[in-house]
Design a protein around this ligand. Sequence first.
Ligand code: ATP
Length: 447
Amino acid sequence: MPAKNIEELIALCKRRGFIFQSNEIYGGTQGLYDYGPLGVELKSNLKNAWWKSIVYERDDVEGLDAAILTKSTVLKHSGHEDTFSDPMVDCKSCGERFRADQVPDYCKKEDLTEPRQFNLMFKTNIGPVDDGKSFAYLRPETAQSIFTNFKNVVDSTARTVPFGIAQMGKAFRNEITLKSFIFRVREFEQMELEFFVRPGDDDKWHKSWVESRVQWWNDQGISDMSLELYDVPADELAHYSKATVDIMYKFPHGVEELEGVANRTDFDLGSHSKNQKELNIKANVLNNNESNSKLALQDENNNWFVPFVIEPSAGVDRGVLAILNEAYSVEEIDGKERVVLKLKPHLAPIKAAVMPLKKNDENIVSLAKKVKDNLQKLGLGRILFENSGNIGKNYRRHDEVGTPVCITVDFESLDNETVTVRDRDSMKQERISLDGLSDYLQQKIKS
Ligand code: ATP
């Protein structure tokens, strides 16, 4: 059962150290959030799961980690300088500024200005001279540096179509209308794949990527019941897109985009390429006399062609929000409420908490530490040595943050080398021998 409302999730995130408002001690900054001790683990587990499925488990994708500061020429030819803007209106009576298509209900909408275009890219100065010309943009998406590195990757890996380049990392947008906690923010992370295919094969690959991406979200614990596919109608498509399917999630504030899967044709490689006239580019691209690279491949007859690109583009922060919402559940146990985050074990910020039954018994504490160190060496993620509070309270806290198992070391452990293992979801406790603990945990986290 997902959270009743976003406030429940925000409260849990703050209380347990998942997500905090940025610059909070100075009054906070709208649209910026910081990931705390547990949030940083959850987010990194989600990104690792994406990388594993997109790069390691396939044999047709390479990775990239490119600079965030981006030359304006790149974003001129990508179309962002001209078109990456939202229409903005000012309300003269409430004094606020809104995206023209997202004026909230609390505004009476009586005294709105005519919409004006507002570019969403952040600019910053590069180098010691602030002459207004030497600036760079903070990238508004990770995709563009994949296209500008296309030839570098092809030359260094000898790839040919179909193949992809994946990148995850920060993106920045000066959004006018922020929304719902970390759903729409000004600094966020994306996980983007640009998958290059032969023109003509694009429809088939587009369909197959939509299916794989839905399956991947299912594997992260998001059920099909909470997802909807939105086939973007022709009049809403971006000018470069032949088809886009948005994977929508039922967020607490409504059904909205979690990931977009677009068929971007040959627009991107065509836009950033030199010698465009020789390339029979199908998309409508801006004339490019600044690029020094031909972003095309040769077919078996040595004819040049510009690959089409299929782009599954997902938001990490929206993913975190969806996963938290999906995992959040409240149960009644013996008349008492139990909040439990039923996270998939591979996403859980803490994989296991190891606790000594008696905090001041040297033998128990030292065995518990040894158990923690041994489990930590398995490389499954964070194992916590928990030497505070009583066992019951620890169980409840670990339920709330989604720790799949709690391991208690007690007097019996000293005698017979077994520990009590308590399962988060069933709350069942069983004795497991120290010999078998590593295998048990490995099975649990990989399931
Ligand atoms: P929106 O739903 O805000 O209109 P968009 O269509 O502009 O998003 P894309 O440009 O398709 O988004 O970006 C790809 C993905 O990046 C989105 O599906 C979303 O998960 C994430 N994303 C985009 N903008 C933001 C933002 N401001 N805050 C958080 N995540 C974002």
